[in-house]
Ligand binder design. Sequence first.
Ligand code: SF4
Length: 367
Amino acid sequence: MDKTTDIYDKINGCAIMRNISQGEADSYYSYLSKGCKLCQEGAKMVLFVTGICGKNCFYCPLSNERKADVTFANERLVSSDYDIIEEARQMGALGTGITGGEPLLKPEKVLRYIKLLKSEFGKEHHIHLYTALPLDKNILEKLALAGLDEIRFHPPVDIWNNKMENYSDSIKKAMDAGMEVGMEIPAIEGANKVSTIANELGCFLNMNELEFADTNSEAMKLRGYELRDEISNAVAGSYAIGMEILQTTGKGHLCTSRYKDAVQLRRRLLRIAERTAREFDEVTEDGTLVYGVITCNGEVNSTERVADLLSLLGVPEELFQINKEEIHIAAWILEEIKMEIVADVKEMCIIEKYPFPGGMVVEKIPL
Ligand code: SF4
């Protein structure tokens, strides 16, 4: 029996005794912060403040596109405050997770965004922040005053064995400033040292199942990490380590690789899809949108001629929309009338895509 199954069974067998609850997608917890609860609902906007970071963790999953001084609200590139507010509105965000890179390399920006979100959505809009830096009283008090609700410290792995005083000190000061405080680290060998400190300080510890990404796979392989199986990006053994440490962590949470995709991301996409779907878009259970696309042949007025034909065929005007040289239309209608609209048309297809502008196309079925 492999170690993962062994521990999984033990936890299932004595969940009440150890006060550990099973979440979705094999995640487990003895404590969930408010930030985690909202994240589980898919109700947190991810505000990526900057991709710059001086830490160089070998497991850093940031894509090359993000390793720059760029700001994103979810997948939307931010060029003004308006983009942040618009994205939060679009998904009906109940809170925001501020991340990076190292967001506190841009402290003024972070403070401004916290104030902006709180003034726009009220103090109940819950904001948590990740940082890999130890922080002094001055910045912690400024963050708390701006409205930050929760802070999670990510001490780099090379100091877990001994030099954690700066982080312990920051955690105490963050608690004194009135914020909910935790640590967030990957579930790998040595994480038990961080758990001990979390227990001593009374803060929560989130462990993430370690994952391979395009940009970290070389460094991970060099250290001997391997994929758990062929269908996920999870690292073999990380889950078992996390489960073991969870049993001795007072306020702990193990978030699995599958959980992030299967639950968090899907719920966030669903929130966006349900709010942005046009009359004729079909929202799938994965939070993607399905609709038909008619690409006109580009001749003068070809789009208008096809649109007129659709009206003649009795397609209600709310069930199609002209989009430059394309006409977007309910997929089921396009399936029905495709043989009747071949003139002026270059291509017809059914598209399934992520529910935001420029969102990834998951599937394209030519008709
Ligand atoms: S602290 Fe975070 S962003 Fe910075 S290198 Fe480490 S994992 Fe990457």
